[in-house]
Design a protein around this ligand. Structure first.
Ligand SMILES: NC(=O)c1ccc[n+]([C@@H]2O[C@H](COP(=O)([O-])OP(=O)(O)OC[C@H]3O[C@@H](n4cnc5c(N)ncnc54)[C@H](O)[C@@H]3O)[C@@H](O)[C@H]2O)c1
Length: 304
């Protein structure tokens, strides 16, 4: 037997606000493999998430293989758009959802983790978040502000997280993020600079793998997941078409489950992948390998 054994390891998964996204599935798989998991949640979603947990609404999803309920070591606030608290405009800092959560910046998250656990206390860092305010607009119609916001929230945030968390991570640690095929193939409807953000994320994965590998002895990889109807993906507006297209045209025709992204991430962050760094790993039922649609009924009308 060659098990994925993460006992004694601590993970921080950024981008968990419900039980329906990749972040949740990844956190659950890391816990199933024995890791202790902290999560970081976007302040506008934090209270709702805490309420759902408290009221037992997520208990079915919290149930682990042995029948126990998963729990997170810590749930931190994080708005990955801000490197430091002072970068957030006063109206954000003073707004209802932000004013009582403390320092929600990336640097603030690292300070809290250092206070709670000390240096060399984190083995696994997962970046499972993205935001593109103009995602529904074609790239041709995307504003400069919208484009830069997409890249800032969805790609630069990984750079800033590694800068802050590198010193907190143990050698042999592993960083994983989530990307999408739109980085390298045109996906009509995935707009607003989000395709550019994913291309940046994949390129940065290679450079950060080199820099953080040499500096901290940690690995950096990204998982290119197939379409899945999470809360964030539903905001794109065409997720059902994307899922249907994959079912009709990918080499493996079963719909992608979030848990499959979770198990692949657990492998990538485990000692079994100790020589794997700088890669984009496709966890997408093989759709990336196709160059032609085979089921014309799954091709949605071309937008624009
Ligand atoms: N669902 C898909 O089809 C798909 C496919 C490939 C890649 N991905 C990627 O997977 C990752 C997770 O997305 P998901 O689809 O599981 O949806 P999700 O809704 O579960 O996760 C996205 C998370 O990002 C958080 N977030 C948004 N803006 C933030 C900010 N400024 N600071 C901190 N957190 C913020 C949201 O609150 C949410 O928890 C994203 O990077 C996404 O692009 C998704």
């Amino acid at each position: 037997m060659l098990p994925i054994d993460l006992r004694g390891k601590r993970a921080l998964v950024a981008g968990v606000a419900d039980d329906n996204g990749f972040g949740w599935a990844i956190a659950k798989c890391l816990i199933e493999a024995g890791a202790t998991v902290c999560v970081a949640t976007w302040p506008p979603a934090l209270n709702i998430f805490l309420n759902l947990l408290e009221r037992g609404k997520l208990d079915a999803s919290r149930t682990l293989g042995d029948g126990s309920l998963l729990s997170f070591e810590k749930i931190y606030p994080l708005d990955a758009v801000y490197d430091r608290l002072e970068d957030a405009p006063a109206d954000v800092r003073e707004s209802k959802r932000y004013k009582d959560v403390g320092d929600f910046s990336i640097a603030g998250l690292a300070v809290r983790a250092r206070e709670d656990f000390g240096e060399g206390s984190i083995d696994i860092l997962v970046h499972s978040l993205a935001n593109g305010p103009e995602v529904k607009k074609p790239l041709l119609e995307t504003s400069r502000a919208g484009y830069l916001a997409a890249v800032g929230a969805s790609a630069y945030s990984l750079v800033a997280m590694l800068r802050e968390f590198g010193p907190l991570m143990r050698a042999g640690g592993s960083v994983a993020s989530l990307t999408y095929l739109a980085s390298e193939r045109a996906i009509p409807g995935y707009g607003g600079g989000m395709s550019s953000a994913k291309a940046a994320l994949e390129s940065d994965t290679r450079v950060l793998a080199y820099e953080a590998g040499r500096k901290y002895g940690i690995r950096v990889n990204t998982i290119s997941a197939g379409p899945y109807a999470s809360r964030a993906a539903s905001a794109i507006g065409i997720i059902d078409d994307m899922v249907k297209y994959c079912e009709g045209n990918a080499p493996l025709k079963e719909r992608l489950e979030a848990i499959e992204v979770g198990t692949a991430t657990a492998f990538l962050c485990s000692p079994l992948a100790s020589a794997v760094t700088g890669v984009t790993l496709y966890v997408d039922k093989g759709i990336h390998a196709m160059g032609m649609a085979v089921d014309p009924s799954t091709v949605p009308p071309i937008a624009g």
